[in-house]
Design a protein around this ligand. Sequence first.
Ligand SMILES: [Zn+2]
Length: 248
Amino acid sequence: MTLSDDEIERYARHIVMPQVGGVGQRKLKAADVAIIGAGGIGSAVVPALAGAGVGKLTIVDGDVVELANLHRQPLFREDDVGKPKAELAAEFVRRLNRFVEVSPRAERIDNQNAEQLLAGHSLVIDGSDNFATRLAVSDASVALGLPLVSAAAIQFQGQVAHFRSKPCYRCFVGDAFDTDDCDNCSELGVLGALTATIGSFAALLAINSIVGLSEDPSGQLHLFDGEKLSWREIRIPADPACKACGSA
Ligand SMILES: [Zn+2]
């Protein structure tokens, strides 16, 4: 995997940092990331990863743009209302960076198709808006051995974590939410700037993982309080009885 002169110029502010360098930039180019959800989280993740030069992106979202999305989803504009998010997000990527190969998948991911959709990627970022989807994505990531960055935001609260096999997202939330969309933000609300903050942090965790910037970031949950404006970290213990990653 080599970088052309155009790419070296484009990513100069990455490459000049010794922690990234040409080696890290080539790792980003070699990465193949699946982004689940082109909503509030995805609106921060998609530009960050496309701009960073992640070589391949798959964007999975079965929804169309609604007017009530626009306060937190700057990938879309007023005249996009009613159009499919996955295709619009892919078009954003194509216009931003011709060195990124992007595949839109305008479908809903669930436990029937998750493994098939995620197979072959090198990392998954989940910014979907309900527990059932997040668990399906997590279980498939565990089964395929893929690192997963899982991010969620509601009202003023955000959480983001990097998982690698064990512990997994299911260890964190348990089995109770398999079929329940109880965190739907249409009922509870969400601050637009919060999803951008959490989505940007998710992109940072993904880049950290791909480049290998710090020690293994997995198993650490980052919680953000958008009212108090504070972050805290919690280590997630592996559940030995976990249906997805447990040894039981
Ligand atoms: Zn688990």
